[in-house]
Design a protein around this ligand. Structure first.
Ligand code: SF4
Length: 604
């Protein structure tokens, strides 16, 4: 039975209205909408409102899945507004990873599930949750809350927030959750507890992240340090035989790489590897894994937060169960088991959910995501235009430079330096430059230092959340900063640079990954499956990183910024067609002159 309600809490703008209407139609028809929708369109409200409209009156639940906890905030804020504005009895929960809800830890624990498993029986929060859930539930459902608020409430009741939340999913109308909660089968089972996918409207936010995340969920890798850690644990526990076995496994790994130079890699055959492990351990792999699990628990019972032996068990289990399309290889004593096909996890989910919306500002080309994720026939592909005034952004390509390896030279680095200095020094406000690699960034940095009239801040590899926040604080309130980062790195995605903090963003080169074994395997696999090997496995992922970085500067209708794409290849057809509609009509200029006019016009 279909009902017509309107729970959209704003007056929709033109392009947003299109999205809203498409979302309503898809949900009413039980279809999957996959939408390339630019920043500023208001995707969160335009997807949640029609989903809530339908779910509340048709006995469905909405799952709003995100790749990062930080995306929960906007969804919860929107749901609160919908609930209040339309006076709805709308029950919402925000479900994050168990680790983030556990009051027993203050810092990240590497294998949290194992940590929780060995403590659960004696955990007072666990033992309390059944008695306290009913008391906590009223507060949790009273108004949509962020996960940290729920954690606080549950702590006050002395209950485990994760257990409280997973036990009340069945009463919720909307569950804001992580991708893992819906795409990782064992976690999904725990969360849904008997509910069926056919009763779910699934919204996937920032869906460009889903193919990689699904592959990551299926993939695993260990290195020599894990095995060395496992040997040390066996020694502490005085399991001499196991210590000897693990030492022999480490020797076997070393033998595997004896014919390789540094950074070289080679494929490892799944069955041959299992046979060798069984020869070394003199038992079936399953039995060895089970034994490692048991010993891993002994290690955790010593009070350690992490067990290398348990980690080895997890890896070997993944290796053994990795059926289908995987790339298994070794490099620098790191053994990798990498999934090539995200559809293994996603196809089943999308074929079973009642309806779905996948959305992102960088789903280009939309059809690639439809294919990679194995979306069903009832999928509707849509692309929307940016709601921001075109004159607020100035997008140009600088065609006489390139980061192609064959063209890299002192002269080319100098050319880049000169062009970056030219743009940065005429930018009235902060600038950012994103490079294809740390190596390239460091090389250009040498030349920039002393020439730009701005304070230079540089991204470091693997920055923590706190370090990123510190950096953001430094940019905030300053109007003369040059931020240097790497595409696909810590700063090009996932930090909030809203408030027109950047007035120019320069993209240096194209961040193509050198075609290593993993990339080659992806290309071969996608070529066989979709006849689009190089596009899907090589070019488009690199172009997506460009779009993510370029999207850092224009976050609202009033933001004004210049985006300069510095590489001749952007003008080549195979790269140009990877850009969304907003990038069509690119101008080719040497920007230092024309960009000045843009800033003169907008910033006086
Ligand atoms: S049961 Fe809950 S509170 Fe206890 S260790 Fe596990 S996650 Fe933490």
């Amino acid at each position: 039975m279909k009902f017509k309600f309107n729970y959209f809490p704003f007056t929709p703008r033109r392009e947003q209205d299109r999205f809203l209407s498409d979302a309503r139609t898809a949900i009413n028809n039980g279809e999957i909408l996959i939408a390339q929708a630019p920043t500023g369109l208001g995707k969160t409200s335009a997807s949640l409102a029609p989903a809530v409209e339908y779910a509340l009156h048709n006995r469905k639940k909405v799952f709003f899945a995100t790749s990062k906890n930080s995306q929960h905030k906007m969804a919860i804020k929107t749901l609160r507004l919908i609930k209040e504005k339309f006076n709805l009895d709308l029950k919402v929960i925000s479900l994050v990873g168990k680790q983030h809800l556990c009051p027993l830890i203050t810092k990240k624990v590497r294998n949290f599930n194992a940590f929780c498993d060995v403590r659960r029986d004696s955990c007072k929060y666990h033992n309390n949750h059944k008695n306290q859930t009913n008391r906590a539930i009223k507060e949790i459902f009273d108004t949509p809350l962020q996960a940290e608020d729920v954690k606080q409430i549950c702590m006050e009741y002395g209950a485990c927030a994760h257990e409280v939340l997973t036990s009340i999913v069945k009463y919720a109308d909307v569950v804001v959750c992580d991708y893992n909660h819906i795409f990782q089968p064992s976690i999904r089972e725990l969360v849904l507890k008997g509910m069926e996918l056919k009763d779910i409207i699934l919204i996937v936010d920032e869906a460009h992240n889903l193919p990689q995340r699904a592959r990551d969920l299926l993939s695993d890798r260990i290195n020599a340090n894990v095995i060395k850690g496992a040997i040390e644990e066996a020694k502490v526990l005085e399991y001499d035989r196991l210590e000897g076995t693990l030492t022999n496994i480490l020797l076997f790994l070393r033998e595997l790489v004896t014919d390789l130079d540094e950074d070289d890699e080679k494929y490892v055959d799944k069955e041959a590897f299992i046979q060798e492990i069984e020869r070394i351990t003199t038992q079936k792999l399953d039995d060895f894994i089970e034994m490692l699990h048991d010993v891993g628990i002994d290690v955790l019972n010593l009070g350690r937060e992490f067990s290398y032996i348990e980690r080895m068990a997890e890896f070997l289990n993944r290796w053994e169960s990795s059926n289908g399309q995987f790339c298994r290889y070794i490099r620098d004593l790191e053994l990798c088991c990498i999934s090539l096909d995200p559809g293994i996890l996603t196809q089943d989910v999308f074929s079973k959910v009642y309806s779905g919306i996948l959305m992102s500002a960088t789903l280009t080309p939309v059809h690639m995501y439809t294919e990679l994720l194995g979306l069903p026939e009832r999928t509707i592909e849509k692309e929307y235009r940016s709601p921001f005034p075109r004159e607020n952004q100035f997008i140009v390509v600088t065609p006489d430079v390139t980061t192609r390896y064959v063209k890299r030279s002192d002269e080319m680095y100098q050319k880049y330096t000169d062009k970056i200095v030219g743009v940065v020094n005429v930018t009235r406000g902060n600038s950012a430059v994103f490079f294809p690699s740390y190596e390239f960034m460091n090389r250009v940095f040498e030349g920039l230092n002393g020439q730009v009239k701005k304070r230079i801040l540089m991204e470091q590899p693997s920055m923590t959340k706190e370090e990123k926040e510190d950096l953001l604080n430094e940019i905030n309130g300053d109007n003369s900063v040059l931020l240097l980062g790497v595409m696909g790195g810590s700063l090009s995605e996932g930090i909030d640079l809203s408030g027109n903090l950047l007035h120019s963003v320069i993209i240096v080169g194209i961040p193509l990954i050198p075609p290593n074994l993993e990339v080659k395997s992806l290309v071969d696999y996608y070529e066989n499956k979709f006849n689009r090997g190089w596009d899907y496995g090589y070019y488009y992922p690199a172009m997506n990183k460009i779009l993510q970085s370029a999207g850092r500067c224009i976050r609202s209708e009033s933001d004004k910024a210049a985006i300069i794409l510095m590489d001749e290849r952007i003008t080549w057809d195979k790269y140009r067609r990877c850009l969304p509609v907003g990038f069509y009509g690119l101008r080719l200029v040497d920007p230092s002159g024309s960009i000045d006019k843009f800033f003169e016009h907008h910033f006086g």
